[in-house]
Write a protein that binds this ligand. Structure first.
Ligand code: SF4
Length: 165
């Protein structure tokens, strides 16, 4: 069984210069598939990463995706988001997740992180040069965790990549 990364939109409400989705070769690694076809293969996977672009800008489709996957599989499922619109997603859909990964691009809304952490574990993705002792302490207090990253760095896990619409 493999990991599965699910792209649900290439669009985003941010425009980061370092966005991997601006690299056509990276975007092309996600193979287009219709939702109904994707549903048939959900049980082939041992974990799911739901990503974009910014997946929360498609809140109805994201809600449908999260609840459908959880209806077919009890495997770990994580959302990758910039966090700005994540509270527009219904709580019952967020509760389908094993964790939310929030990319920190423009500061941290700690009240929001605490509210989300009460629903599902939060991990902040922060550039390694931006992680401070204050951020570490705040995460400790809230119960959130940190993953440090470098620009242009990609996780090299074996996974199938689908662009589902
Ligand atoms: S927030 Fe993420 S997906 Fe959106 S432009 Fe920035 S790097 Fe790309």
């Amino acid at each position: 069984m493999k990991n599965c990364r699910v792209l649900i939109t290439k669009q985003c409400n941010f425009d980061c210069s370092y966005c991997l989705m601006k690299d056509e070769a990276t975007a092309a690694t996600f193979i287009p598939i219709k939702f109904d076809e994707f549903v048939k293969i959900i049980q082939n996977y041992e974990s799911f990463g739901i990503t974009g672009g910014e997946p929360t800008i498609c809140r109805y489709f994201l809600t449908k995706m999260l609840t459908t996957i959880r209806g077919c599989s009890d495997k770990p499922m994580f959302l990758y988001t910039n966090g700005t619109l994540v509270e527009t997603i219904p709580e019952y859909a967020l509760k389908c997740l094993s964790g939310i990964n929030i990319g920190v691009h423009q500061g941290i809304d700690w009240e929001k992180v605490a509210r989300l952490q009460a629903i599902v574990p939060v991990r902040l993705h922060i550039h390694k040069d931006s992680v401070t002792d204050e951020i570490r302490q705040k995460c400790l207090e809230i119960g959130a965790t940190i993953k440090e990253f470098e620009y242009g760095q990609c996780d090299t896990v074996e996974e199938d990549r689908w662009f589902v619409d």
